[in-house]
Design a protein around this ligand. Sequence first.
Ligand code: R2B
Ligand code: URA
Length: 305
Amino acid sequence: MRDVNINHAFLDGVLAGDWVDVYYHLGLTSRDPMIAQLHDVRTVVLAGSGPRVVELARRWSELRAGAPLLALPKEERFVTRLCDGVLFVSHGMGMASASIALQELMRLMFLVTRGDLEALDEVLWVRIGTSGGVGIPPGSVVVTTEAVMADLRPFRVLDGAQGERPFDGTFPRDVVDEIVAANGGTGGGLTTGRTVSGNDFFLEQFRLDGAVRLHTAEQKDAWLRWIHSHGVRNIEMEGAMLAGYLNHWGFPRFAMICCTLLDRLQSDQVAASADELRAYNERAGTALFAHLLSSGSPAVGLVDR
Ligand code: R2B
Ligand code: URA
């Protein structure tokens, strides 16, 4: 961990019990009795939608001999399921929403590990998502090596009048390789590549079908070919921030696994049928579970059965 970047000024007082941390959007506080249930969590799985979190957790429970499922009561913003050492949390759409979930979860993981840097080093974070593919068939699964914004520069936040603060969007290569290995290598619909994280589904992804349209078909085509020539294989809306904040604290183990719903070189509209979408979504989860069940996963073995 990069201890110097952890907000000790606030978080140490929470650990000491000097003040309470309110994880407002998760509907939990650092003094909630529910915290005791979270001490074994070493894997946090993030996904955009609540129903997808429920489905992922249900599948994980099935794979773990029917391990019990627990939920945080507040579901207004983010849906949460806890099952056998894995905390599943929805994060909504876009970096603004996902950054709220992530920051509250980083604080929560600091609390449940009692600020133990070695325990924090063990935590695996994985976002399971959907995306638009770039030059690969719909239904492909992309394991991200680096996430950048639409200009191929890293995620950054506005620092008032001081300009921008950039964050490192690289994903740990060893985790990428472990996921690929657990899934029998690349090919067969699984690939690695860079990912663009747009701040908008339409404009920053160069769609021509938004209510507001900025680009011509030629500009869209040129952008897609430009990002493809720089190794980008898919486009989504959270990865660059996710990697940026996790790298800031120095977490060594995190990944993003996204299925593609369409090939953006072919179309803008997501026209796949409900059955196709379900099958595509399932593939990213299957790739995650293959990894979690492969040896060395921190989640497995916490509960003996
Ligand atoms: C992928 O899909 C969502 C938009 O449809 C967004 O959350 C993302 O990253
Ligand atoms: N999610 C995105 O952000 N873009 C797509 O094209 C599909 C899913």
